[in-house]
Design a protein around this ligand. Structure first.
Ligand code: SF4
Ligand code: SF4
Length: 383
């Protein structure tokens, strides 16, 4: 595993919450409940399937569908809403005083109905791991979220412990995340059932598989454990406290082609092109864009793509950085793979077993010949 440094110096979360248009992907099997020229309020249901609703992040007018946008590099139809900038909402939300007042069934139903967590909660598990470590060393999304909302996150973890009858809880953060080490150390005393664990600053410790391997024995993992990252916990807080859907998210924007690396709070459904044009100081016109990790992320084919709940980070790097040259047999890809695989062998043998690969991208990142292993490795993608 490898020690890598981050370059975000600005500790403020910037808002980008007023895009002119919002684009909502029309997912397979979803029934659309609005039509062209309808006026929608923020949080109105736009489409649904099997009791799962997709809500409008803004108030405005439905202007129709678009088929010229991409989701994960694949063409998709999108519902387009023009913003009226009024943020009109049907009725203001009440606030629940204590989220631990929910019983188990109510809590699970709300979390599932509003899709607050990507992880399905195992209600029989007796251990809970909170992952406060960013997956990519150049991302700061989780670190900034803890820094801005540690009180809400700890309150939610405490409620989950009580309602789900959890026996052991570990909150893992990076030992180099100095602000949060101080922040959590001074607050966690109020929650004696949560143990803070400082993890070494090595990649890819923010990956669930690697984190678990460093925290628990195989027997403990087999007994059942819930692993939530702090974004899931914060979303659960929003849903339980206010009974409202998740309409915004934090995204890290960084890379060598911009001067102002930062973390932004952005409306879900914002266009990537809109965000980059309005929020970034781009210093180089010839750049390519990677989402969800400089090391393990996906290179976008173009900027006609949309911020969804799955986007954690956006990196803009100069195109020159991508040029590949022949392998010099340095052996680094094999030596550094955290799953003890041989990426060079995998690339050269199309039937090689890739099932243990966690798609951390370290082999591609570390290769001095800039060989891209991403099309060859993979197999065990984790959220
Ligand atoms: S082979 Fe997979 S697990 Fe190993 S370094 Fe490459 S991406 Fe990571
Ligand atoms: S890291 Fe790159 S150059 Fe080194 S052995 Fe692997 S493929 Fe070859």
């Amino acid at each position: 595993m490898k020690n890598i440094k981050n370059n975000i110096k600005d500790a403020t979360i910037h808002d980008f919450l007023n895009p002119e248009f919002i684009y909502i992907p029309i997912l397979d099997g979803y029934k659309i409940s609005v039509k062209e020229k309808d006026h929608v309020l923020k949080e109105d249901v736009l489409m649904s399937k099997d009791g799962i609703n997709i809500y409008s992040p803004i108030s405005g007018t439905i202007v129709g569908k678009s088929d010229s946008l991409l989701l994960n590099n694949k063409k998709k139809d999108f519902l387009v809403i023009e913003n009226d900038y009024k943020e009109e909402i049907k009725k203001p939300h009440g606030v629940i005083r204590y989220i631990s007042d929910y019983d188990k069934d109510e809590m699970i139903k709300l979390i599932n109905d509003y899709q607050a967590s990507k992880v399905k909660l195992d209600t029989k598990a007796k251990r809970l791991i909170i992952n406060g470590i960013d997956k990519d060393p150049y991302e700061k999304t989780r670190s900034f979220l803890i820094n801005s909302s540690s009180d809400k996150i700890l309150e939610t973890v405490d409620a989950l412990i009580n309602v789900l009858d959890i026996k052991e809880t570990i909150f893992a953060i990076n030992n180099n995340d100095t602000n949060n080490v101080l922040n959590l150390s001074s607050h966690i005393g109020t929650y004696p059932n949560i143990r803070l664990k400082l993890m070494p600053d090595i990649y890819p410790i923010g990956y669930k598989t690697i984190l678990l391997r460093n925290l628990l024995s195989k027997r403990q993992i087999d007994e059942g454990v819930i692993v939530l990252n702090v974004e899931d916990v914060y979303n659960i807080y929003t849903v339980l406290k206010r009974k409202k859907p998740i309409l915004e998210k934090l995204v890290t924007i960084s890379g060598k082609s911009i001067d102002n690396s930062m973390v932004v709070n952005v409306k879900i459904g914002t266009s990537m092109a809109d965000l980059i044009k309005n929020a970034c100081k781009v210093n180089n016109d010839k750049y390519y864009v990677i989402i969800n990790g400089l090391i393990s992320g996906m290179t976008l084919e173009n900027l006609n793509t949309i911020i969804t709940t799955d986007v954690r980070s956006i990196f803009l790097n100069p195109i020159d950085d991508q040029e590949e040259v022949p392998c010099i047999n340095c052996g680094l890809c094999n030596l550094k793979c955290p799953m003890h695989l041989n990426p060079k062998y995998i690339k050269e043998h199309k039937n090689a077993d890739t099932s243990k690969c966690i798609e951390c991208g370290l082999c591609t990142y570390i290769c001095p010949s800039k060989i891209n292993f991403k099309p060859y490795v993979g197999g065990n993608h984790e959220e």
